[in-house]
Write a protein of this length. Structure first.
Length: 158
């Protein structure tokens, strides 16, 4: 396969990426950019462990080719937790004991940040949360602490 060089903008930084047409965004993030927060869980877009945002929308990076992302800002958990919304979300997840093994947490935090970025502070409903997190699976927490953390993070932004 032919390799193409591109510039990938991740967390505000530019990375030179040499990618074949079948190179996944997840692989470029982990192995070229050294950003290992997004995890390979299922590889089929069902678990959400690889969630990042592209143009502010939560996507499964195991289903997106890196070449599709040229010219589109990508944000990972490493970048979002350094920001205002992401720092609040991470803090509320810790306070609510919504993080156990931590494997799914980066993806859930990314989906939460995408939700909070498009809603008014304090206006998130339980239905909004459930819809936004429907693509994220967690085997440890039972989801109640996660829902509490998202509610608290939404309210903390007031």
């Amino acid at each position: 396969m032919t390799t193409r060089h591109m510039t990938l903008r991740v967390n505000g930084a530019e990375y030179d990426v040499a990618a074949a047409p079948d190179t996944l965004l997840l692989d470029a993030l982990r192995y070229t950019c050294g950003l290992t927060g997004a995890k390979l869980g299922c590889g089929t877009g069902d678990c959400g462990a690889c969630t990042v945002t592209v143009d502010g929308e939560a996507v499964n990076s195991c289903l997106v080719y890196v070449l599709e992302c040229e010219g589109h800002p990508v944000e990972t958990v490493e970048g979002v937790t350094a920001s205002g919304i992401g720092a609040v979300v991470a803090e509320e997840f810790v306070k609510a004991d919504a993080v156990q093994c931590g494997f799914c947490s980066p993806g859930i935090i990314m989906s939460t940040c995408a939700l909070l970025a498009r809603t008014e502070p304090g206006a998130v409903t339980d239905e909004d949360i459930k819809e936004a997190l429907a693509g994220n699976l967690c085997r440890c927490t039972g989801y109640v602490p996660i829902l509490d953390a998202v509610r608290r993070a939404s309210g903390a932004r007031r």
